[in-house]
Design a binder for this molecule. Structure first.
Ligand code: AMP
Length: 427
């Protein structure tokens, strides 16, 4: 199937060609025809699957089909609500790209910045609004936005919305939109809480599930480095220097504090690096992301929530500096490389204490990650050795008091660090 078979207008086809897309991705093949027929949609899919075009293209097409649309006095006809500023901007960029040969106007609003520019754009009239929940409700309450003409409503990344505590905002938004509308609901996971929420929004939806877990894991080259926590900075530096041709390297840290520490160490050895995480302001995050995209910063160090939805084409290398304690997160992370039709490389560092995480990840992806065994910082320790150092062994006569003390000295800081990292785990 090609995009031409989907019955799209020449203006849309031209924009799609300019984007360089040859064939629709699986979610696009399934969703576009259903949405053009006017169905509601429940999509289990995450970023990286081509999800944005799957809803943006049919929304634009339907707006173009609507001959009663007032092109001069524009009303908000489509609303896309998404959890983060990064995603909102990315979706807006997509709408602008697909709609560039049309008169459809899109705008994006999000919190954390002054509202002046956003309200000025809204005053000029827009057809499609992409918004984060808080700023949307704020501007509605100030009278800058009315949703009474809305015909298309998209709730994107619903599971992340709930994780981030947006449930009440979403319920308020649903109250404010017309009942007669086409609704689309996307989530990477579908636990009961999400399905319950979807029922409040959707009529009789068509359902689509795209399983990126396997597909992503299959097309990305994955490598595993056993390395002690203490040697991770040196190994990272070594890999960054070794991959001198790589323009974009995304490094994942489990904690915000850890991300800052990695950046400091890289900067010390003159490697351009910046961090994005929940403690950085929206502007700092966007600046860091832009200079990474433009190739000015070689290494971007991110925590999981901050990185979700990052879409940088040509991402050469993803490095899991820490393994995530939730196995699905590993798949999300490595999906940052190998997007759509491209393939990529994902490297994971694994300290002995992270072995249980590694086992859960390998179980989820149904494969063993191939081990790089000849690098400079190989961690020779075996898990059994570490287990023998556990407190129950303390009474053993050998290696003697002094020996035991050393063992404790070695383990205590790690335990402490672990506790700390657990409490910092989100964002
Ligand atoms: P998304 O899941 O919407 O974040 O899209 C992931 C990436 O795939 C983005 O960089 C899109 O530009 C790209 N993409 C979307 N659709 C296609 C397609 N049909 N062919 C190639 N790349 C695509």
């Amino acid at each position: 199937m090609t995009f031409k078979d989907l019955g799209l207008s020449p203006a849309l086809l031209q924009a799609i060609t300019q984007k360089g897309y040859q064939t629709p991705t699986p979610i696009q093949k399934q969703a576009i025809p259903l949405l053009l027929q006017g169905h509601d949609l429940l999509g289990c899919a995450q970023t990286g699957t081509g999800k944005t075009a799957a809803f943006a293209i049919p929304i634009i097409q339907q707006l173009l089909n609507d001959k009663s649309r007032d092109t001069r006095n524009k009303k908000i006809k489509a609303l896309i609500v998404t959890p983060t500023r990064e995603l909102a901007i990315q979706i807006k960029d997509n709408f602008v790209a697909y709609g560039k040969e049309t008169d459809i106007r899109s705008a994006v609003i999000f919190g954390g910045v002054k509202q002046g520019k956003q309200t000025a754009t809204l005053k000029q009239g827009v057809d499609i609004l992409i918004a984060t929940p808080g700023r949307l409700l704020d501007l509605i309450s100030q009278g800058f936005i009315t949703l009474k003409h809305l015909e298309y409503f998209v709730l994107d990344e619903a599971d992340q919305m709930l994780d981030m505590g947006f449930i009440h905002d979403i319920k308020k938004i649903i109250q404010l939109i017309p009942e007669k509308r086409q609704s689309l609901f996307f989530s990477a996971t579908m636990p009961k809480s999400i399905l319950d929420l979807s029922k409040r929004i959707l009529g009789q939806p068509k359902k689509i599930t795209i399983k990126p877990e396997q597909t992503t894991a299959e097309k990305v080259t994955q490598q595993l480095y056993y390395v002690s926590k203490a040697d991770k900075p040196k190994l990272l530096e070594h890999l960054v220097v070794e991959n001198e041709n790589a323009k974009h390297i995304l490094v994942f840290s489990r904690t915000k504090h850890g991300a800052d520490k990695i950046v400091r160490k890289l900067k010390k050895v003159n490697i351009g690096a910046e961090a994005i995480h929940g403690n950085k302001s929206q502007n700092q995050r966007q600046r860091a992301l832009n200079s990474f995209k433009e190739g000015k910063t070689k290494v971007l160090v991110a925590t999981d929530i901050a990185a979700r939805g990052i879409d940088v084409s040509g991402l050469d290398l993803v490095i899991n500096y820490d393994l995530p304690n939730v196995p699905e997160t590993y798949v999300h992370r490595i999906g940052r490389t190998g997007r759509a039709d491209a393939s990529g490389i994902a490297v994971s560092f694994c300290d002995i204490e992270e072995r249980p995480y590694l086992r859960s990840i390998q179980k989820l992806i149904g494969q063993s990650i191939s081990v790089v065994s000849n690098h400079l910082f190989v961690d020779q320790r075996k898990e059994e050795d570490i287990k023998q150092d556990a407190p129950s062994q303390k009474k053993k006569k050998t290696p003697g008091r002094r020996g035991n003390k050393n063992v404790w000295n070695r383990r205590r800081p790690q335990n402490k660090a672990k506790k700390k990292s657990n409490s910092q785990n989100r964002h």
